[in-house]
Design a protein around this ligand. Structure first.
Ligand SMILES: Cc1ncc(COP(=O)(O)O)c(C=O)c1O
Length: 418
């Protein structure tokens, strides 16, 4: 057992507040996601500041698949992010949530005509086409306003990535060797309407590997430089989840990429990036209440009210998120190694096997899982076992408010499914 030090507790640091706000967390309806505007602003300021060094004209899309909460969408609009969507649901929701059509980019494999028609009818900013079928359809039905980005795919995976989106025979994009052929199909279009898109993968934290791949792709793309006006380089900006991972050096990345663009005379192009995780992950925690405390003074087993149905990332990605006990006033004890499991009838529903939790932990206390703001609720199988959906709250200027949305309780889920 190790000594417990409340001032070092990550929940206090995350809230950047005295115990008043921590005690308020104790009153929330769990399981719940809580999003912090202060954290959101810290991350977005860092991203925008770094990426603006890449080229004279840089814009960033917020990838709403990371977190589609109404509040997160509003915060990203306030921060002047454009929005990247990847399905008909996301496109409709982005439009309804207040984003203007000319700030929306549609991408993703397997788009059907209904989706492409909606995007074209609404004159959205751009569509990234992922196959010759999509390219021909969008070109034939073009509205004169929506940019067409040709998504290209390199034939090599980015090493060391769980989510590499390059590689041979990929569902993503058009093979880079056929870029000339693809551009030929857009000959009639003004180059202002044409862009290049690529996305090498997610959770990238090594700027040198990123720069190496960007240079390879851009060197190939540069031979067609007169045929397009913009390049969307995706992003994949990763974050450290566990203590053994390191922060991506965004400045070194941006400066290196800027140099590549200048070397290749591509720095007059409009440059776009996409990001979900870097913007939203740190801004969110997942809160769950302890229902049962088992075990002894050496090892506790905690069963919580929220499970992988609410927060799937740990079970699915095998990622180690930081976890902490939300300090109640009484806490002053030693720390004990603990297993933290959700309520579902599967051993996969486990958040941690070795979390350090105060030995005087009690039923009714809460656990916070950090870096849960991206791919939290959006990635979770909320219908599994028909529990109620988790609540969502936002903290802004020291105030906690519940995010209003249709609250699917168990009976509503059941009646809409069966
Ligand atoms: C094409 C594309 N753009 C953007 C993203 C967002 O990635 P991240 O949240 O890691 O920034 C993804 C994630 O899968 C993606 O596939």
């Amino acid at each position: 057992m190790t000594a417990f030090n409340p001032t070092k507790n990550p929940i206090m640091k995350w809230l950047d507040s005295d115990s008043g706000l921590v005690n308020e967390l104790g009153r929330l309806r769990t399981p719940a996601y809580v999003y912090s505007h202060r954290k959101f602003k810290e991350r977005t300021a860092r991203l925008v500041e770094a990426l603006s060094q890449v080229a004279p004209s840089v814009s960033i899309f917020y990838s709403m698949k990371a977190n589609a909460a109404r509040t997160m969408m509003k915060w990203t609009r306030e921060a002047h992010f454009m929005t990247e969507v990847s399905s008909i649901g996301e496109l409709r929701y982005a439009l309804e949530s207040g984003q203007t059509a000319d700030n929306i980019l549609l991408l993703g494999p397997g788009k059907d005509e209904g989706l492409m028609n909606l995007a074209l009818d609404r004159h959205i900013f751009g569509i990234a086409v992922e196959s010759f079928r999509e390219l021909s359809y969008v070109a034939a039905n073009h509205n004169g306003k929506t940019r067409i980005f040709i998504r290209i795919n390199a034939d090599r995976n980015v090493p060391g990535l769980t989510e590499s989106m390059f590689g041979p025979e990929s569902k993503f994009g058009i093979d880079i060797s056929r870029l000339g052929e693809a551009l030929e199909k857009l000959r009639g279009l003004d180059s202002d309407m044409v862009g290049i898109h690529y996305y090498m993968g997610s959770q990238l934290t090594d700027h040198e590997t990123m720069l190496y791949f960007h240079r390879e792709i851009l060197t190939y793309v540069a031979r067609y430089r007169d045929r397009f006006s913009s390049i969307d380089m995706g992003g994949g900006f990763g974050i450290p989840y566990s203590e053994t991972e390191h922060e991506l050096d965004l400045d070194a990345f941006a400066i290196g990429l800027g140099k590549t663009l200048s070397d290749l005379s591509l720095n007059d192009k409009h440059i776009y990036f996409e990001s979900g995780r870097y913007i939203a992950a740190d801004a969110g925690i997942f809160l769950t209440r302890i229902m049962d405390v088992k075990g002894d003074d050496h090892r506790k087993v905690l069963v919580t009210d929220g499970g992988m149905n609410d927060f799937m990332r740990i079970a699915f990605m095998k990622e180690h998120h930081p976890i902490a006990h939300v300090i109640p006033d009484r806490s002053s004890s030693k720390m004990v190694n603990s297993v933290i499991s959700g309520p579902l009838c599967t051993p996969l529903d486990c958040f941690a096997t070795d979390a350090l939790i105060p030995a005087d932990v009690k039923e009714g206390d809460m656990i916070a899982i950090f870096k849960a703001g991206a791919y939290g609720l959006t990635l979770s199988p909320v219908f599994f076992l028909l529990h109620s959906m988790p609540s969502e709250y936002a903290i802004r200027d020291g105030e906690i408010s519940e995010i209003t949305r249709k609250d699917l309780r168990t009976d509503e889920i059941f009646s809409s499914l069966y």
